[in-house]
Design a protein around this ligand. Structure first.
Ligand SMILES: [Zn+2]
Length: 561
């Protein structure tokens, strides 16, 4: 551990020095729509970058007048210039994880359509894995596999009895182990279900069937070796390139454990990660930080910031672990009244929210089902009552099934909902047919209802749950079409400008960074994205727009080939 910190420090100092010497040339952009997303959503004709900041925005004449001698002029030739996209919530560098783990996604993301494919992908990895070492797969989706169920330990035992195997559901809320994996983690018939989780059992027996839900998956997180430091570098490099290729200039990690809190700032300083970073520590890490047991260190806040503490109040609707006030449309088992369950019991949630709020943390609480959202809003209201604090900006992550009365409460409490609107695209058909039914599916991720209340919201991809594609995310909020082309709640469609604001200036606001980024205004960071055409002109073809160039602090970090 110590050795790599020293090595990283030396390489970092050299890399950082070289980086500072190569100050970007002052640059003036013109010749295409400059979509500022300022308070008036102005479209400007020219923009000047000096150093790492925006120095002028406006008419070509005015901006030229402000430009220093030797300025480089870039003709956009009809292409659009926008603020770089700000990741309101994902799990950076999770999208690079398939450098190390096996990709088990189904179409339209991947290629796995049944258990045979799943076994085949794992077997390929096994062929290059040392005997007895873990093999980890991610991204399978039971509702997209032809078997229409989760694999079990028997299914995975057919792949290997020697290697411990674990495969993660696409939601990240369910994991499945083979017998060797269960044995390696010491999970047996005697292991009790943890609070807020389930170790599923074979019918009529206590023997685990391999499937772990919610907090039971903590056993996997604690017991399966994490990627090594060197693997971590490969993962972070791949993820940073992926985000840059999609116009993302600020990346977010919404569940940062000790390894990520220690490693990501170094990878930023080394230049492996080109994005600015906002890290949300897990509740456990936030406790340690508050108690002085974990030192995050002092990093350049322009590049790496500690954000909100992350709590997870329920699971996900598509793995039947979201906590609903009314039953699921098609129940998963024999109980027609099944409506999921809280991951944190209500009294615990109250205590945690109050404690973290009193410690001064911004809160980011994951809630999908409306029963979980009730608990979260009650807990926040209680914390604010006993310990008032101005401008606390709590975030309700996903707020997927938020009802109108809950949006009203969010407005009153100053809660920012962050919608995972890509659910309408990736899972829209199944939410309508299986999980929520047509009425509730039509108003999931209710961005229009939020807009009607002047409730500030953000949009996110939750990558690696789905790929980091901000323009597809904008399209999902604007068009609300499922992957099969069916409208999912047309009444909740919003405009392109509103959707773009939710991944730029409003995401900056969510991160307490609206003074520094999120719009093209003088004095802000020159974090920019050049798009092949203006999204405002093509609301129905947003996912056909290409990212041509991504610029962070005035430096180009990606250019389309
Ligand atoms: Zn997440």
């Amino acid at each position: 551990m110590k050795r790599w910190i020293l090595a990283a420090a030396i390489v970092g100092a050299v890399a950082f020095g070289a980086w500072w010497i190569r100050q970007p040339t002052p640059t003036l952009y013109r010749g295409g729509p400059i979509v500022t997303l300022d308070a008036d959503n102005r479209i400007a004709a020219a923009l000047l970058v000096v150093g790492d900041r925006i120095a002028a925005v406006g008419s070509l004449e005015d901006v030229r007048g402000a430009a220093p001698r030797g300025v480089r002029e870039v003709d956009l030739a009809g292409r659009a210039l926008l603020p770089g996209f700000i990741d309101a919530h994902s799990h950076f560098p999770g999208s690079g994880i398939f450098e190390v783990y096996v990709d088990l996604n189904s179409p339209p993301i991947g290629t796995v359509v049944n258990f045979e494919d799943l076994a085949d992908r794992l077997a390929r990895k096994l062929a290059t894995t040392a005997a007895g070492d873990w093999v980890v797969g991610m991204g399978y989706d039971d509702t997209l596999l032809s078997e229409r169920r989760h694999p079990t330990r028997e299914d995975l035992d057919r792949v290997s009895r020697e290697h411990p195997l674990v495969v993660w559901h696409v939601s990240g809320h369910v994991a499945v182990l083979n017998s060797a994996g269960l044995a390696a983690l010491g999970i047996t018939a005697e292991t009790p279900d943890p609070e807020g989780g389930v170790i599923r059992r074979r019918p009529g027996s206590r023997e685990p069937d391999g499937i772990l839900e919610e907090s039971a998956t903590d056993l996997v997180e604690a017991g399966v070796p994490r990627p090594t430091f060197w693997q971590g570098i490969g993962i972070a490099r791949a993820a940073s390139r992926d985000y840059a290729a999609h116009g993302v200039t600020t990346a977010q990690n919404g569940w940062a454990d000790a390894q990520l809190l220690q490693g990501l700032p170094w990878l930023s300083r080394l230049g492996v990660v080109s994005q600015r970073l906002v890290l949300w520590p897990t509740a456990a890490m936030a406790e340690e930080i508050a108690a002085g047991e974990f030192d995050f260190g002092r990093w350049d806040e322009r590049w790496v910031r500690l954000g909100a503490v992350k709590l997870i109040a329920d699971g996900s609707i598509q793995s039947y672990t979201g906590y609903l006030s009314e039953p699921y449309f098609v129940p998963p088992g024999d109980d027609p009244a099944y409506r999921g369950y809280p991951r944190i019991p209500r009294a615990d949630l109250f205590a945690q929210v109050e404690r973290f709020h009193r410690q001064g943390w911004q809160l980011a609480i994951h809630g999908n089902g409306d029963a979980a959202i009730d608990d979260i809003l009650d807990a926040i209201a209680h914390a604010f009552e006993v310990a008032p604090r101005a401008d606390a900006r709590p975030i309700l992550v996903h707020a997927q099934m938020a009802r109108d009365d809950q949006l009203d409460r969010m407005r009153a409490l100053g809660v920012i909902p962050s919608f995972f609107s890509l659910h309408t695209y990736y899972w829209g058909d199944r939410h309508r047919e299986i999980f929520m039914g047509p009425v509730r599916a039509a108003r999931m991720s209710p961005a229009k209802s939020a807009l009607d209340r002047s409730l500030r919201f953000t949009l996110h991809t939750d990558s690696p749950v789905v790929p980091m594609e901000p323009l597809r995310l904008v399209s999902a909020a604007v068009n609300r079409l499922s992957s099969s082309g069916v409208p999912i709640g047309a009444a909740q469609r919003i405009g392109v400008v509103e959707a773009l604001r939710a991944i730029t200036i409003d995401a900056a606001y969510q991160h307490f960074e609206e003074e520094e980024k999120g719009s093209l205004e003088v004095g802000k960071f020159a974090d920019l994205v050049v798009l092949s055409e203006s999204p405002l002109a093509h609301p129905d073809a947003l996912d056909a727009i290409r990212v041509e160039e991504t610029i962070i602090g005035g430096r180009t970090v990606y250019r389309a080939p």
